[in-house]
Write a protein that binds this ligand. Structure first.
Ligand code: ADP
Length: 246
């Protein structure tokens, strides 16, 4: 699999504490990857580095066909490169309909000068229908986002990020606070989304990770402790010790 993202030897120190310690691993194109690890392992800091929020002390994050180094680019530039991030808490426009939320996300994907005069075309409306189908909200297009369940809001936000056609989507604990049915559907949405772009999911819930059925990277003290299938990494003695706090 050709690589989309190559993390090479990054380290980050906060007040003398190494939150990320010589971290290296790769993400392929159209790959679904789960990142797990105990609290404080460096998962959030890793996402902050990739999205340009935190600058590492050393190392490179090479991106795309041209292997451009993302380190040193600002957050807006990195978003333009095609890296989207979904935080835990959904941020949708509650007073607007599902359709309008998706349309706004499509509009925001256009160049700044075009946004002011933007009128959705038939192609845009088709794209909204496709996105709604992808996130399981085809029957809710006319509903106000504020009336949706927690899970549906999360899916809407995923749809809004997909509207921006990312090549890589970083998703932080998507299943938190969801019902079992919503979790199952979230798995389907992420698996489907990862067919045409890379999706990296940071998640604590092992059952959720099992259902994603993808390669897992275990972080511990800012480095990769183990990598492979969930069965492979959970059979690793060091991983067991870390999770049991030994
Ligand atoms: P995770 O997301 O895996 O729980 P984090 O990336 O949030 O881990 O944190 C890794 C470590 O770095 C933790 O020990 C945390 O306390 C520390 N840390 C994260 N951000 C900062 C910061 N801005 N200042 C100081 N320490 C930080």
């Amino acid at each position: 699999m050709s690589q989309l993202l190559e993390v090479n030897g990054i380290s980050v120190t906060f007040d003398g504490f190494r939150a990320i310690n010589n971290l290296s691993f790769n993400i392929g194109r159209a790959e679904l990857r789960a990142i797990i690890g105990p609290n404080g392992a460096g998962k959030t800091t890793f996402m902050d580095i990739v999205t340009g929020k935190t600058k590492p002390d050393e190392g490179t994050v090479l991106w795309g066909e041209m292997s451009r180094n993302l380190i040193g680019m600002n957050e807006a530039r990195i978003a333009q490169e095609g890296i989207g991030r979904k935080f835990q808490k959904p941020t949708v426009f509650e007073d607007q309909s599902v359709e309008d939320n998706l349309l706004m996300a499509l509009r925001n994907n256009r160049r700044a000068f075009a946004v002011l005069f933007w009128k959705p075309t038939d192609a845009d409306m088709n794209r909204v229908s496709e996105l709604a189908a992808e996130i399981g909200l085809s029957n809710a297009l006319g509903r106000k986002a504020g009336e949706l369940s927690h899970g549906q809001k999360q899916w809407l936000e995923i749809g809004m990020l997909l509207a921006q056609e990312p090549k890589l989507l970083l998703v932080d604990e998507p299943a938190a606070g969801m019902t079992p049915e919503e979790r199952e559907k979230t798995t389907d949405i992420l698996v489907e989304a990862a067919k045409t772009r890379a999706v990296v999911v940071v998640e604590h819930d092992m059952e959720f990770v099992r259902r994603l059925n993808c390669k897992v990277t275990v972080l511990h003290e800012g480095s990769v402790l183990a990598e492979g299938s969930l069965d492979h990494v959970t059979a690793n003695k060091q991983v067991i010790d870390v999770y049991l706090g030994r």
